[in-house]
Design a protein around this ligand. Structure first.
Ligand SMILES: [Zn+2]
Length: 131
């Protein structure tokens, strides 16, 4: 028996998947849950106003090194999530994780294997692991 928290989480998700056992149902619920994460973030700006999302072109000098680029780029967020919005975003991310585990289980893929492979990629390739 594996006591890795991610494996345990995936196993528990699998055990409660009664109504959403079909791959078709699970993948569409996964997509819906990911969309709800984005909606919760946008609502934090548009309804609550605790954050502002500033979408504008970010200028980076053409001669900036990769290490210097970070100082010229912003995350496009002004402010911080209030407690209510943070709770909502966390709830939606949790639902998204649930259905990610469900998709993985339905396809007999272990999330911990994926995470380990991805982590190794990041360690090996660093900034070149992004695409
Ligand atoms: Zn808020």
């Amino acid at each position: 028996m594996n006591f890795d928290p991610l494996n345990q989480f995936q196993e528990d998700v699998t055990n409660v998947l009664v109504r959403h056992k079909s791959l078709l149902d699970v993948i569409t619920k996964f997509q819906e849950s990911c969309s709800r994460v984005n909606r919760a973030v946008v609502k934090s700006a548009s309804n609550c106003g605790c954050i502002e999302i500033i979408g504008k072109h970010q200028k980076v000098p053409s001669d900036a090194t990769y290490e210097e680029i970070n100082q010229f780029l912003s995350n496009n967020i002004v402010g911080e999530l209030c407690d209510v919005c943070r709770d909502k975003v966390e709830q939606e991310i949790g639902n998204c994780l649930f259905y990610l585990a469900a998709v993985s289980s339905t396809l007999n893929i272990e999330l911990s294997d994926i995470m380990e492979k991805q982590w190794k990629n990041i360690k090996t390739l660093g900034k070149f692991s992004l695409y």
